[in-house]
Design a protein. Structure first.
Length: 408
């Protein structure tokens, strides 16, 4: 009896040690976030174990866990009709809300889910529920793209998939089939999906035949650059759940099918040191000491290495491509962009990617709404259903849908 008590106490202490990570006090529901993070970390560690045993790629294993947690089949309700189909060979799930009585043509949002270009999908319950809510509340048609993921394909295939599906949908006969108003289509996405949505937006801004086809873009804590992993938000949140810095840098390396030995040097910005010529020039476009407001910059100092590791850019030149890091796009590309909503969270390594893009767009004359959540953390907008419901999840979702309602 006594020894089992001791054992139980030891196990509890071990579990508490495992679950406990310092979480910022100002974050929404810190204890719940700690539990969510511990679950995700267990999933990641088990996946790495499976990988090292040679059973499966760790991202395939992790995605298997995520999908088994909640995959939803297409089921229609009175208010939203859900169908799975493909647009020019790219899988999509379409959510058709019921049209308003006085509007025969509906608005539409093309939605691109997050997950480090490697995880989740349109059929995963979090995204299925988000798109259902959007279709219902906006009386709109939501197209959620199931682009192919790492390690099935790598950059730039993900961008090709989302561009191909978007172009297909925007054809007059397809819009007509779904009863969508061609003048009221927007593009949107969260996290890595926000990266892909930004890339689609830019593509549609500089290709003459595609200009003005998107009315708005709405970017939720988007990933926008791989040049500086020491922005104030990367420094402040390097260990913040559920996306610590090393995990984000690893997603980048995996996206380019790069060597994971480069993760550590990239964390200290060795890939964009002053002796790496092209990189140093492009870093001027994310000159955060001038782009970020003082309230965001705080006391953080830029991390600029004099000498670094030129092999990193040689082996992964994609790191400097605006099709992966859309924050570094030319000013002329930004000028053609539609009205924009950018949501950022204080407790997120990606906060400053979003804030810098908002500032660059404003300078290019784009109408931008920057919506910042002081108690938000990366990924919060999809966590709205019990038991993984966060008050900031509900508030971010409400603001996002309200902005779309007023601007699309
Ligand atoms: C960064 O590069 C410098 C110069 O090559 C090297 O001394 C240092 O060890 C590198 N840092 C990491 C973390 O790889
Ligand atoms: C941006 O759009 C809003 C809403 O339509 C409008 O009130 C505002 O004047 C616009 N701002 C600029 C700078 O055009
Ligand atoms: C989560 O959902 C439960 C059950 O609906 C509710 O009682 C609780 O207040 C919610 N928590 C938050 C933070 O929204």
């Amino acid at each position: 009896m006594r020894s089992s008590c001791v054992l139980l106490a030891a196990l509890l202490a071990l579990a508490a040690y495992y679950v406990y990570i310092p979480v910022p006090v100002s974050v929404s529901e810190p204890w719940k976030l700690m539990l969510l993070d511990a679950t995700f970390r267990i999933g990641q560690q088990v996946s790495h174990l499976i990988h090292s045993l040679g059973l499966s790629h760790h991202l395939i294993a992790l995605n298997f866990f995520i999908i088994s947690f909640g995959k939803k089949s297409a089921r229609s309700s009175l208010k939203v009709k859900v169908t799975d189909t493909d647009f020019d060979g790219v899988e999509v799930r379409v959510f058709e809300g019921s049209p308003k009585p006085d509007e025969p043509l509906q608005r539409s949002v093309i939605y691109i889910h997050g997950g480090g270009w490697a995880l989740a999908g349109a059929k995963v319950s979090y995204y299925d529920e988000l798109c259902t809510a959007m279709a219902e509340e906006l009386n709109a048609v939501i197209v959620s793209i199931d682009y192919r993921l790492v390690p099935q394909v790598y950059f730039p295939e993900q961008t090709y998939d989302v561009i191909r599906a978007t172009k297909y949908f925007l054809q007059p006969e397809v819009l007509h089939k779904y009863k969508v108003d061609p003048g009221r289509v927007g593009i949107s996405g969260d996290s890595a999906g926000g990266n892909l949505a930004t890339v689609v937006g830019q593509q549609f801004s500089y290709v003459e035949s595609l200009k003005n086809k998107l009315k708005v873009q709405a970017l939720i804590y988007p990933v926008l650059q791989a040049l500086d992993f020491n922005t104030p938000s990367y420094q402040q949140n390097m260990n913040t759940p559920i996306l610590p810095r090393h995990v984000m840098v690893r997603y980048w390396v995996e996206y380019f099918k790069g060597n994971s030995d480069f993760v550590e040097p990239m964390i200290v910005n060795n890939h964009t040191s002053l002796d790496v010529e092209r990189a140093a020039a492009l870093r001027a476009r994310l000159n955060w000491p001038s782009l970020l407001p003082a309230s965001i910059r705080k006391h953080y100092k830029p991390v600029v290495q004099t000498t670094g590791d030129a092999r990193i850019i040689q082996e992964m030149p994609q790191l400097l491509d605006a099709a992966s890091s859309p924050l570094i796009a030319d000013q002329e590309v930004l000028q053609g962009l539609p009205k924009t909503y950018i949501l950022t969270c204080e407790h997120d390594v990606l906060r400053d990617d979003g804030v810098m893009y908002a500032k660059r767009l404003e300078s290019a004359g784009v109408n931008v709404t920057w919506d910042h959540f002081e108690d938000g953390f990366h990924g919060c907008m999809i966590f709205t259903s019990w038991p993984i419901n966060f008050s900031v999840g509900i508030r971010t979702r409400n603001n996002y849908i309200k902005w779309l309602d007023q601007n699309l």
